[in-house]
Design a binder for this molecule. Structure first.
Ligand code: SF4
Length: 76
């Protein structure tokens, strides 16, 4: 693969939010910052039901705000 193809591949890869529900303490902060991405489950955990629903800046804000650091970006 050429460098140019490599760059195009990276550009076309999408990243979105992911929550490790085992660690989430259900504080709801992320759902307030990114209501289009995160939804609270019946178990009181956050889930990234729409991983690309808000801008990456907003998702980064949620990542930075999570008290137990259980939100990450992942390739989707
Ligand atoms: S901010 Fe973190 S701990 Fe709080 S609900 Fe979202 S994922 Fe869970």
């Amino acid at each position: 693969m050429t460098d140019e193809q490599d760059k195009n591949k990276v550009a076309s890869e999408k990243i979105g939010a992911f929550v490790d529900e085992e660690i989430c303490i259900g504080c709801t902060l992320c759902t307030q910052i990114c209501p289009n991405v995160f939804t609270m489950t019946d178990e009181g955990k956050s889930r990234a039901t729409n991983p690309t629903g808000d801008s990456q800046d907003k998702i980064q804000q949620a990542i930075d705000s999570c008290p137990v650091s259980c939100i990450k970006f992942k390739k989707i």
